[in-house]
Design a binder for this molecule. Structure first.
Ligand code: ADP
Length: 262
């Protein structure tokens, strides 16, 4: 019996080595392929930009449209590569976060300023409602920015008319010992097409996109956002009603004045 267990343990350990090796090779292949695609794509984008500038005045309307399509496709490839690399990093545990005290109001205003031209372009209202006072959160500022940019741009993408609102307010939360801790809740609320109840449970899964929605996208943004928020010890949830809109809610631990989680 003892011998059988030993043999089994040996086989399991060998199998684990094989899996780890395969995973490492997969990861290296992804990086190599991403690099090989990124370089020529950057070159295509660069030449398209030069063409747009140089020949602006003597291009036919349809030729200008072709250039726009090539440019959009190039940007789409770059975004897809960024998403794949982010996903690889977060899911392999190789992503290192720089956790620090983050001023949520300043961050939300930044994100809102960045996306304001897109909202204007779609004739949508983009507003922020920030509670005062609001404690800072403990998070990686750049990664939290990435999550908020993703949620707000989704809100704008999937809303035909109305508004996208970003709210932030302090809330209580409890840990396993049921102690009350303070946290900050950020909500991104849109008045858009909503998410079908059949699709809603899969919305954070990788590569999942609702067929009803026509927009181009990788279906990775929400997967990455969820991984990032959870790595920051937060939670992310969604509620949605078709035809009325969606609300994505993030809760992150507040940072107390002595620089630790409250
Ligand atoms: P992408 O937007 O790049 O396709 P995401 O992971 O960000 O990838 O979103 C996955 C899918 O979830 C979208 O394709 C869309 O079907 C749905 N979705 C996300 N956000 C919203 C929203 N605010 N309103 C309606 N549907 C949404």
């Amino acid at each position: 019996m003892q011998e059988q267990i030993e043999r089994l343990r040996h086989h399991l350990s060998q199998a684990l080595d094989v899996i780890q090796e395969a995973d490492r090779e997969r990861s290296e292949l992804l990086s190599a392929v991403a690099h090989e695609i990124r370089t020529p794509t950057a070159s295509i984008l660069g030449y398209v930009e030069m063409l747009r500038e140089e020949t602006d005045n003597n291009l036919e309307e349809h030729q200008r449209e072709y250039l726009e399509i090539i440019h959009k496709s190039g940007e789409h490839i770059t975004q897809l590569l960024d998403d794949l690399q982010d996903l690889e990093e977060v899911s392999s545990g190789n992503l290192s976060l720089e956790l620090d005290s983050v001023d949520v109001e300043a961050l939300i205003e930044d994100v809102s300023d960045e996306l304001y031209p897109i909202a204007q372009n779609y004739e949508l209202t983009l507003r922020t409602e920030i509670a005062d006072p609001l404690p800072p959160v403990r998070a990686d500022e750049n990664r939290l920015r990435q999550v908020l940019l993703n949620l707000v741009s989704n809100g704008l993408k999937f809303t035909e008319e109305g508004a996208v609102t970003v709210e932030a307010a302090p809330v209580g939360r409890s840990d396993e010992t049921d102690t009350n801790l303070s946290a900050v809740r950020i909500r991104v609320i849109d008045s858009g097409i909503g998410i079908h109840p059949d699709f809603l449970p899969r919305v954070f899964e990788r590569f999942s996109r609702e067929k009803r929605t026509e927009h181009s996208g990788s279906g990775l943004g929400l997967t990455i956002s969820k991984e990032l928020v959870e790595r920051m010890e937060g939670t992310i949830d969604v509620e949605s009603t078709v035809g009325e809109g969606s609300t994505f809610t993030i809760v992150l631990p507040a940072e107390s004045e002595n620089g630790e989680n409250d």
